[in-house]
Design a protein around this ligand. Sequence first.
Ligand code: NI
Length: 179
Amino acid sequence: MAKLPILTAPDPRLKQKAKPVERVDESVRRLMDDMLETMYAAPGIGLAAPQVGALKRVIVVDVAREGEEPQPFQMANPELVWVSDEDANYEEGCLSLPDHYGEVARPAAIRVRYLDAQDEIRELQAEGILATCIQHEIDHLDGILFVDHMSALKRNMILRKLLKAKKQHALPAYSAAAS
Ligand code: NI
């Protein structure tokens, strides 16, 4: 397995729609394993392939808390086949929007159909943080970030701060050390 670099917003690659995988073969399995390793190292509870520059409909999720048994899911072509009428609010964060958080309302419970790492069709019913996380990751596959669910005012404020941080980061080492 290998740890992959994570793209941060604003980046046009995070706004593109990812393509379905034809089947989960060795290369998709490798991507799933690398993404899981990248997510655990970050650390994060979910990661979508576009965040590591792969425009494929692949996500990984593990919402187990520290000290709990890991519960990793690796999903290709995840698709919501049912969502509850009831919404839930969660304070969301994203590895592509480091250090920024915001409350987002999404369906409280979902049913997702996907291909697992063995290329088998599976369905999972989820609620709570797992349901939120899966929806957040599926959004990434359609070029949607959690800030896109917030007001334009809040979204632009966060994106401006990230752009500024990126520019400062891009300065040569000597000027960074001088400041
Ligand atoms: Ni995210």
